[in-house]
Design a protein around this ligand. Structure first.
Ligand SMILES: NC(=O)c1ccc[n+]([C@@H]2O[C@H](COP(=O)([O-])OP(=O)(O)OC[C@H]3O[C@@H](n4cnc5c(N)ncnc54)[C@H](O)[C@@H]3O)[C@@H](O)[C@H]2O)c1
Ligand SMILES: O=C(O)[C@H]1O[C@H](OP(=O)(O)OP(=O)(O)OC[C@H]2O[C@@H](n3ccc(=O)[nH]c3=O)[C@H](O)[C@@H]2O)[C@H](O)[C@@H](O)[C@@H]1O
Length: 370
């Protein structure tokens, strides 16, 4: 019971929610839902903006400091009457009028979040505090993009939302992992204390077009390396696993979560099709011959082999040193997302990789020759 409450299943508020902005029911506004997307110039944020802009009732405001994002990701919307772009750092307060807040601002690739760890934790803690303050002032609903990294190097597999995680509080990844854990705590404290309408998504590894080419995350690294005829760098031991979600599925899940009635936290990720007797309970016993037919959880060696097969059969796969505290296994249990949001991913890795290859080739100016 105590554990349930702490996981947000059984939340009670001490205050009624603040009145939502009158814009939500305004009759004479061309757009009657004003939506803020922090980090909207980044990878997931810009795809989310594309989807939100499809609805003519939405007015979208992006706030970004361009640390890892780019105006280029939003170029089709710049100048649009329902779109506004603000250069702003979320560690500073923001005073605007909005009805919904998708709070994504935070560097997400380990290379970038470890680059300035103090800034990363400030972004997660002070940035989230500022966005909650904004939500409280204007009565907006706020969604936080948390992460599967709150489970750390998980001892439970696959991970469901009731698992409290196994996180190193003082390691080089802690600025991000612990930062997101505090961000989740702040969300629930504002919810309980001030009645703020909150939503928490725990996102699992997401990939797709518009990732930074030199982002440093594994799918973008392998695709860029394969296109450039460079060896695919598998960080040792190569048996560590991840489950990869295509970005359009992710955006669909985030919007459903925002629009639904459940606070979360809810895992959003792609565990693949569950095949009986295909568990990876013991990460030392990984079968690298399972190919694409298994349950959607890939070792990094398998991922490299599949990128090689699909994009550049001549490329070499090499083993390189890993970084500390790399989680050894990761796969979402998405039962809650299925039941509460009616959501499940549609795009398999084999379908998503070529879509990303196409985007990377265009940006790199390297055409396929075979
Ligand atoms: N992509 C994934 O696999 C994944 C997995 C789990 C969680 N997430 C979360 O989703 C969100 C988006 O991730 P992404 O993959 O699109 O990363 P991204 O790096 O492409 O986007 C992050 C955006 O936030 C902006 N930003 C960073 N710090 C900021 C600050 N202080 N003020 C204002 N803007 C700031 C960046 O410039 C960038 O545009 C992040 O919160 C991340 O933690 C992503
Ligand atoms: O989904 C999540 O919750 C988190 O996933 C990622 O963190 P991580 O899984 O470490 O992502 P990558 O940097 O892409 O690494 C995945 C695996 O690939 C390996 N890797 C990475 C890069 C590379 O060139 N080669 C390689 O083998 C890493 O060692 C790791 O085991 C994201 O970077 C986080 O933003 C996100 O919150």
């Amino acid at each position: 019971m105590a554990k349930e409450a702490a996981n947000g299943e059984n939340h009670s508020t001490t205050k009624p929610p603040p009145n939502p902005s009158p814009l939500r029911s305004a009759k004479f506004f061309q757009a009657n839902m004003r939506i803020l997307v922090t980090g909207g110039a980044g990878f997931i944020g810009s795809h989310l903006v594309d989807k939100l802009m499809e609805n003519e009732k939405n007015e979208v405001i992006v706030v970004d400091n361009y640390f890892t994002g780019s105006k280029d990701n939003l170029r089709q919307w710049i100048g649009h009457p329902r779109f506004e772009l603000i250069r702003h750092d979320v560690t500073e307060p923001l005073l605007i009028e909005v009805d919904q807040i998708y709070h994504l601002a935070c560097p997400a690739s380990p290379i970038f979040y470890k680059y300035n760890p103090v800034k990363t934790i400030k972004t997660n803690v002070i940035g989230t505090l500022n966005m909650l303050g904004l939500a409280k002032r204007v009565g907006a609903r706020i969604l936080l993009t948390s992460t599967s990294e709150v489970y750390g190097d998980p001892l439970v597999h696959p991970q469901d939302e009731s698992y409290w995680g196994n996180v190193n509080p003082i390691g080089v990844r802690s600025c991000y992992d612990e930062g997101k854990r505090v961000a989740e705590t702040l969300m629930f404290d504002y919810h309980r204390q001030h009645g703020i309408e909150i939503r928490i998504a725990r996102i699992f590894n997401t990939y797709g077009p518009r990732m930074n080419i030199d982002d440093g995350r594994v799918v973008s690294n392998f695709i860029a390396q394969a296109i450039r005829d460079e060896p695919l760098t598998v960080q040792s031991p190569g048996t560590q696993t991840r489950s990869f979600c295509y970005v359009s599925d992710m955006v669909d899940g985030l919007i459903r979560l925002m629009q639904g009635n459940n606070t979360g936290p809810i895992n959003i990720g792609n565990p693949g099709i569950v095949i009986p007797n295909c568990h990876r309970d013991d990460h030392n016993d990984v079968n690298t011959d399972l190919g694409f037919s298994h349950a959607g959880e890939f070792t990094m060696v398998e991922l490299a082999e599949n990128v090689k097969e699909l994009i550049n059969p001549k490329v070499e796969i090499i083993s390189v040193e890993n970084t500390p505290d790399d989680p050894r296994q990761r796969k979402p249990d998405i039962t809650k997302a299925k039941e509460l949001l009616g959501w499940e991913p549609k795009i398999k890795l084999r379908e998503g990789l070529p879509l990303m290859e196409k985007d990377f080739r265009k940006r790199l100016g390297i055409h396929r020759t075979n």
